[in-house]
Design a protein around this ligand. Structure first.
Ligand SMILES: [Cu+2]
Length: 315
């Protein structure tokens, strides 16, 4: 029995998992600390209660004989001690929330995230470009995320960096975090939002400042080169749903594809972004993410090859 559980336990604790217990920044460190504190208290309480129960069973006696001291025991151990423990955990929980308040950092990087069924639109307002599902941030700098939704409610959750924050229809919610080490941090929509809620992942790429600046510069560049694939993209239905900056494709229903070739995943974490997966996704995304808002595309094999090569090169 124990041996069957062990791989499960160790798998969820390994470094690769997006666990709140392997934090990538000061806010998440505070949450991890709170988790361990609550875990320790709960363990101690559980052990003490178990010992008392076993002890009571072992030396059962006449109930009326010790009624007076029994009452004091109930007041102290059943009321006062639990009240003290609950008050203490409540106050430390409130204190942990302060780690996510507005740090009023004038150098904060602002990123606007809009939830869609079932992907994340990501805008860098200061650099005037839009991308999707992958948010690059510089290590050590405050990131201010402004959260909106284009349709139903979603929730933004990157366990190693942030607490859950909802994207609520008709309002903007704000969230601040800092990554204190480079890495790829997986996030997930944490509010049920329809059939493909489970495949609404995102990734935060925390990188050193120089690498981040290079990425910003690349993303801000529009697409200029002409190619056969570009012609297919602009002439086929793609352009009615997708934008590629610098071309006539200015659709708003799907993710911005200006630099899709440089992203790690397709379909909000559904597939690794390889040329084969890209072609398969374009031909029929419904196979990989049933019910998503991109219909199967009736392209000839040549058109599919051309448009795949085109998008793959948009890095
Ligand atoms: Cu969602």
């Amino acid at each position: 029995m124990a041996s069957a559980w062990l791989p499960l336990l160790t798998a969820s604790c390994s470094g690769g998992a997006p666990s709140a217990l392997s934090p990538g920044g000061p806010g998440a460190e505070r949450v991890a600390g709170l988790w361990w504190q609550l875990f320790t208290i709960a363990t101690v309480v559980c052990v003490v209660v178990t010992v008392l129960v076993v002890w009571a069973i072992a030396r059962r006696r006449d109930a009326t004989a010790r009624a007076a001291s029994g009452r004091r025991f109930v007041v102290v151990c059943g009321l006062l001690i639990p009240a003290a423990i609950l008050t203490f955990t409540y106050l430390t929980g409130l204190d942990a929330m302060r780690a996510f308040e507005d740090p009023r950092d004038p150098k904060a990087l602002t990123v606007e995230v809009t939830g869609h069924q079932w992907w994340w639109e990501v805008r860098y307002p200061a650099s005037h470009f839009t991308t999707a599902n992958e948010i690059h941030v510089p290590v050590g700098r405050t990131v201010h995320v402004r959260l909106r939704t284009a349709d139903v409610n979603h929730s933004f959750w990157v366990p190693q960096l942030t607490v859950k924050t909802d994207l609520v229809a008709g309002r903007v919610n704000d969230l601040w975090f800092t990554a204190n080490r480079a890495g790829l941090f997986r996030g997930q929509c944490a509010e049920y939002c329809g059939t493909q809620h489970g495949r609404m992942a995102l990734h935060i790429v925390a990188e050193p400042d120089a690498a981040f600046r290079a990425w910003l510069a690349r993303q801000s560049r529009p697409v200029t080169a002409a190619s056969q694939g570009r012609q297919v993209f602009e002439a086929a239905s793609c352009a009615s749903c997708h934008t590629v900056a610098g071309t006539s494709a200015q659709g708003q229903q799907g993710p911005d594809l200006t630099h899709v070739g440089g992203r790690r995943f397709l379909g909000a974490g559904t597939l690794h972004n390889t040329p084969a997966n890209l072609a398969a996704w374009i031909a029929n995304a419904q196979v990989y993410k049933p019910g998503n808002r991109m219909p199967p595309q009736p392209l000839t094999p040549q058109q599919l090859r051309a448009v795949t090569a085109y998008l793959n090169n948009l890095e």
